[in-house]
Design a protein around this ligand. Structure first.
Ligand code: SAH
Length: 216
């Protein structure tokens, strides 16, 4: 697991690119600048790691585009020590960004092989987080409520069971929509026990959030 000067140089350029596209949060930019994204991809794809694009990571899944990771992270406005639920662990890159931002991370993945691979990998990288194999539509009721929730797969509808795992005053950042038209980034705030407020932030393209765990 080598992080060379060349990688560091490319990473700096990526941070500039993401900043130029509109990301302002210094802590988020710092996290992108620190994380060796090339290690989250197969080594033969080294040269793509610091381009601002999504990339396949196996099992038909992708590591999100760095700008998208930064955008969702910025919307979360994480304060140190906050308990965050992520749906769609994937490569673990977004989860590591959240750890860098000081969050206590709980992340669920429905593909068992990805879950296992990523669990080993983030441990090796030295990141502490709580990873689960399961269905993100159900969330983690026994570990909630959460300060914030981030969904990193395109949800055809708002997962109701996740809403009730939010603390009052907390919010969920989730791309809502289908595969044909893409998704609209949405922030849903739990204003009170029974009241939720919604705000939208433009179009994105994610792999779909699927029901149930994949078969073992
Ligand atoms: N956050 C990831 C992005 C992964 S892509 C990263 O930084 O790399 C989205 C992931 O969501 C995929 O790995 C997919 O398997 C997973 N996913 C889709 N539906 C899910 C569900 N219902 N529960 C948990 N994970 C789900």
């Amino acid at each position: 697991m080598i992080d060379s000067y060349k990688h560091k140089g490319m990473r700096k350029a990526l941070v500039n690119e993401v900043q130029q596209k509109g990301i302002k949060d210094a802590a988020v930019l710092e996290a992108i600048g620190k994380l060796p994204r090339h290690l989250f991809l197969d080594s033969s794809f080294d040269r793509f790691a610091y381009q601002d694009v999504a990339f396949p990571i196996g099992s038909g899944q992708t590591i999100s585009q760095p700008y998208t990771v930064a955008f969702q992270s910025e919307l979360l406005e994480i304060k140190k020590g906050e308990k965050i639920l992520e749906v769609g662990t994937g490569s673990g890159y977004q989860a590591c960004v959240l750890v860098e931002l000081g969050a206590k991370v709980f992340s669920i993945e429905r593909q068992r092989n990805l879950y296992e691979k990523t669990k080993k990998f983030v441990q090796k990288l030295g990141y502490r987080m709580n990873l689960f194999y399961g269905d993100g539509y159900k969330g983690l009721p026994t570990y909630g409520p959460f300060d914030k929730i981030i969904v990193t797969a395109g949800a055809p509808e708002i997962p109701k069971e996740l809403l009730i795992q939010l603390k009052v005053g907390g919010w969920m950042v989730i791309p809502i929509g289908n595969q044909e038209k893409g998704q609209i980034m949405t922030k849903i705030t739990r204003v009170s026990e029974k009241e939720f407020a919604q705000k939208t932030y433009g179009n994105f393209a994610f792999v779909p959030m699927l029901k149930n765990r994949a078969a073992d």
